[in-house]
Design a protein around this ligand. Structure first.
Ligand SMILES: [Mn+2]
Length: 428
């Protein structure tokens, strides 16, 4: 989408969320709302702060993920006011904002102080943000009911938000292509990460979440958090789960690649990808997201049978005996927005057999979700299964061979449309 068209959509976005926020404030008896962007805390016993990424509601309005100590005032019938923290400081940069149409909608004022603005005529005021930052600020701090309703304003994305998420996908896909190349060239996890950052033009700390880049058995560690600097002699597999933040909005994409001599593992990736595409095909209005999660387990069971990993057990039993949960222990996905696991996904708790499912709602147009089935060889889950009664149904020699490949996850980002879905990750 051309830049000007995106900026025009942003004005519509702001009008829409002004309306949503006014309704939420009225419903909870507030006249105005002060949002704190937040500030990074210092590491304990140290003079170094953690890397900062701003508070969700602040990003919902401004997209400014890296700006600390800013304050935004929302009032019914008034222009929002943004106090942009611009200290006189010879230690740090104070980048000025690029001129854009949203600054006609929001009154932007420079502030040399990190403190909350002194407000007049704000009526009954709610103040939301990190409790440490808003401590002592006049107004009701983080009112529970209002917070929940504000989360709800982020569930159905505006057209602007969808286009930002689409762009975050495009940028991340450049990184994924570069990462794959680096893997096939024999790079280490560290080297693959550098290739990803180079191609996306985004430093690691500014990404929506720490990239997960696992070679071989590391691909089976769901949130593997290190980058090994040693190239692996014979790389067997790469799992990379990495996104980009664009104007505040996140992508969250996972791809798995088999090494050159891994026919079994490559076939398993193909099978999981076919399943993933079928699951993406289920995304549509009125579909219960929990059903997509359940279908995933049925699909994993069928794949375990078809590839000979499990035999002499019908697919229904493979699910009911808990075997699929050993291979696929997490949820099928979550909401996506200015936070990678966006808010308001669980108005009701997940089913007992799926405690890690982050989204339990019926889908509606405008929702943006991930679809991310996985199939892993995780020793701490697999070994008790193999040693137990059900071990007889599992192909232990094949599992032994595949263990060193770690696992597979394939993840796309989809928007629910009026009559189905738009896959932001695969539309290019
Ligand atoms: Mn995800």
């Amino acid at each position: 989408m051309p830049h000007d068209a995106l900026l025009a959509l942003q004005t519509d976005h702001l009008k829409e969320i002004q309306l949503r926020y006014e309704l939420a404030l009225a419903a909870h008896g507030f006249d105005s709302l002060l949002i704190a962007s937040g500030a990074a805390p210092y590491r304990y016993g140290d003079d170094q702060a953690w890397h900062f990424q701003g508070y969700g509601p602040f990003l919902h309005w401004t997209g400014l993920a890296g700006r600390e100590h800013c304050w935004l005032l929302i009032r019914a019938g008034h222009k929002p006011v943004l106090w942009l923290f611009e200290p006189v400081d010879f230690w740090h940069a104070s980048p000025s904002l690029t001129e854009e149409p949203w600054q006609d909608f929001i009154d932007v004022r420079s502030s040399a102080s990190p403190k909350a603005p002194v407000l007049e005529h704000s009526g009954k005021l709610a103040v939301i943000g990190d409790p440490v930052v808003i401590e002592g600020v006049t107004g009701e701090a983080n009112p529970e009911g209002l917070l929940r309703e504000l989360d709800e304003t982020r569930v159905r994305k505006t057209q602007y938000e969808i286009e930002c998420l689409a762009q975050a996908n495009r940028l991340a896909l450049n990184g994924h292509a570069a990462a794959r190349e680096a893997f096939l060239d024999g790079e280490s996890e560290f080297g693959i990460n550098l290739a990803y950052q180079q191609a996306t033009g985004q430093r690691e700390a500014d990404a929506p979440y720490p990239s997960i880049i696992g070679l071989n058995e590391h691909a089976g560690i769901l949130h593997y958090q290190y980058f090994d600097t040693r190239p692996r002699g014979q790389p067997r597999s790469l799992l990379i789960d990495a996104g980009v933040r664009f104007r505040g909005y996140c992508s969250d994409i996972t791809r798995t690649t088999a090494g050159p001599y891994e026919e079994h593992f490559a076939a398993l990736i193909q099978g999981l990808e076919r399943l993933q595409l079928r699951l993406c095909g289920m995304v549509a209005p009125d579909v219960d997201y929990i059903d997509i999660h359940r279908k995933t387990h049925q699909g994993i069971a069928a794949l375990l049978s078809a590839t000979g990993l499990v035999s002499n057990l019908d697919d229904r039993d493979i699910v009911e005996q808990g075997i699929t949960r050993v291979f696929f222990p997490h949820g099928i996905g979550h909401f996506l927005g200015v936070q990678v696991h966006d808010v308001a996904g669980k108005p009701t708790p997940p089913p007992e057999d799926s405690p890690f499912l982050r989204l339990t709602r019926r889908l509606e147009p405008g929702m943006v979700v991930t679809i991310e089935p996985g199939l892993y060889f995780i020793p701490s889950l697999l070994d008790p299964l193999l040693a137990g009664e059900l071990g007889q149904y599992l192909n232990q020699p094949l599992i032994s061979r595949l263990r060193g490949c770690g696992g597979i996850r394939i993840e796309d980002n989809l928007v629910v449309t009026e009559d189905g879905s738009r896959n932001l990750t695969r539309e290019l």
